[in-house]
Design a protein around this ligand. Structure first.
Ligand SMILES: [Ca+2]
Length: 519
């Protein structure tokens, strides 16, 4: 581990030296504490969901056609909320840790909302999506200003089954709620989302209640308690909060609520702590030889433990020493994985004892994390910019990752482009899983559409794990007829570490295959 610290310091010092020599180059590893939040959004069927608005604080980006998104300037915090919304889908929200000069990766599932059904607000009535049900009393709806609503309301009720794996990736927040200011993990026995609109969002009038029927998954009916707490999800702080109870009647929980939201029938559980170490293997080494197989602790990895005999998921992160501790349910079977940058470890299955607040070391979770990511985003025009990663290895072989050759993580050149965005904004993200000794060059080409690279509002953010974040914007003064912005060269030493990031920042006439794109 000592050697890793030394390597990082050497790289930082080298980068600083380069920057001092070339003050017009990229900003250094900025002292500001920020990181990158990125990820991939898919539907229940596993296909990408494009066009999702992804918001963190005041920053909003839109997922590309491959469902990828990146917010490249997020203030470091132990808990950052990211909200996902798209018309026709149930909005969801996720909390993530953001480490300084590192990237957090999220896999998110968006669920299509049930089609809205109409309800005469003066009569009230009952709406079902065929699984769950909401019953709204006559004259109980108000608009955003609190005025009685007497028109036709549209009610969208979407019921979820928490025993289904993909549902856990769409679950808002964590499987935990606030009790007396403290977060308590819980298991879910079913939940639903109910949204009511009528020319704007509608809510229940003060003193009015709606009745919810939340179905209990078939496999859970036998052990579901007779009464259970109801919890709603609070988008403003990202916590589930307890409010009321529901009663078991056959295969549903029935309870009354005072407002529309996500509502969840959950039981808080006693916890047992699983501890361990996340390591990364091989990928930091030289392609094909050298340090392959050598392990080092991996900070900032997400550790997820899923209940196999209960509907809950616990989340934790490895610390600076790669260590983690995740609370799970006592007397249960759980499966844990570590993930970072879209890579995942093999799962470990554990059976926990009935020891409240006990702990056990479950050993190592090993994964191959991306060494670096290059994120290109821009404005509405030009419609089609392309991210190009080229390289010349020490053995003379060249590589080229771009829209026509998206590359691979599993084989040479161990780098992968997420998607070719052709309708503005991006992002286009190239992830590099392993560096070869040699020099890599990053370029952006104006493939099609109005405008120029210089006026595109483009930003290229480079995250090099364990080294830092570099940010580039295109220089002014792009000459007519040029189409390629050559951004920087990245030099990889014979020991497989990044020894320099050398800015280029010029424009050339290239096309997709110019020699000028190669270092
Ligand atoms: Ca493109």
């Amino acid at each position: 581990m000592g050697s890793i610290v030394i390597v990082a310091i050497v790289v930082l010092a080298t980068a600083a030296f380069v920057l001092k020599q070339q003050p017009s180059g990229p900003p250094p590893n900025e002292p500001a504490q920020y990181g990158v939040v990125m990820g991939r959004i898919s539907g229940i069927n596993g296909n990408p969901v494009s066009g999702v608005n992804v918001r963190s604080g005041t920053e909003t980006v839109v997922a590309n056609d491959g469902g990828w998104f990146a917010i490249t300037n997020v203030t470091t915090a132990a808990r950052v909320l990211v909200t996902f919304s798209k018309a026709g889908y149930v909005s969801t929200q996720r909390a993530t840790q953001v480490r300084s000069l590192d990237s957090s990766f999220m896999e998110v599932v968006m669920v299509q909302a049930s089609l809205p059904q109409t309800l005469d607000a003066t009569l009230g009535g009952s709406i079902s999506d065929g699984v769950g049900r909401v019953t709204i009393a006559a004259n109980s709806l108000v608009d955003a200003q609190g005025n009685p609503f007497t028109g036709t309301a549209e009610v969208s009720l979407t019921t979820f089954d928490p025993t289904v794996d993909s549902t856990r990736d769409s679950f808002p927040g964590d499987f935990a709620g606030l009790v007396g200011g403290e977060e308590r993990p819980f298991e879910s026995f079913g939940y639903l989302d109910v949204a009511v609109t009528g020319g704007g969002p509608l809510q229940l009038a003060t003193g009015s209640m709606a009745t919810l029927d939340i179905p209990i998954p078939p496999s859970e009916i036998a052990r579901a308690p007779d009464t259970i707490d109801l919890w709603y999800y609070d988008l403003s702080d990202g916590f589930w909060k307890r409010d009321g109870t529901a009663t078991k009647a056959g295969d549903v929980y029935t309870g009354a609520v005072e407002h529309f939201s996500y509502w969840n029938a959950d039981r808080a559980y006693d916890k047992f702590n699983l501890k361990g170490l996340v390591v990364t293997t091989g990928v930091r080494g030289v392609s094909g030889a050298g340090r392959g197989g050598e392990e080092s602790p991996l900070p900032g990895a997400l550790v997820l433990c899923d209940g196999l005999d209960y509907s809950g998921r616990s989340r934790g992160y490895s610390d600076d020493n790669g260590r983690f501790s995740v609370p799970v349910r006592i007397a249960s079977t759980v499966v844990c994985i570590a993930a970072k940058g879209g890579r995942m470890s093999d799962p470990i299955t554990e059976v926990t004892p009935a020891t409240v607040d006990g702990q056990r070391d479950i050993g190592r979770l090993a994964l191959a994390d991306p060494y670096a990511q290059v994120i290109l985003s821009w404005g509405a025009n030009p419609s089609d910019l392309d991210n190009h990663l080229t390289g010349r290895k020490a053995d003379g072989q060249t590589i080229h990752i771009y829209y026509a050759d998206e590359g691979s993580f599993a084989t040479e050149p161990y780098a992968l482009l997420d998607t070719d965005d052709m309708n503005g904004y991006g992002p286009e993200i190239i992830s590099i899983g392993r560096f070869a000794t040699g020099t890599y060059r990053q370029s952006v080409r104006h493939y099609g559409g109005e405008g120029s690279i210089a006026t595109s509002g483009a930003e290229v953010t480079v995250v090099i794990q364990g080294v830092g974040i570099y940010r580039f914007t295109p220089p002014a003064g792009q000459l007519e007829g040029t189409d390629v912005w050559r951004i920087f060269d990245l030099v990889v030493s014979s020991s497989g570490t990044v020894s320099a990031v050398n800015p280029i920042n010029d424009y050339v006439t290239g096309g997709d295959h110019s020699e000028l794109m190669y270092p």
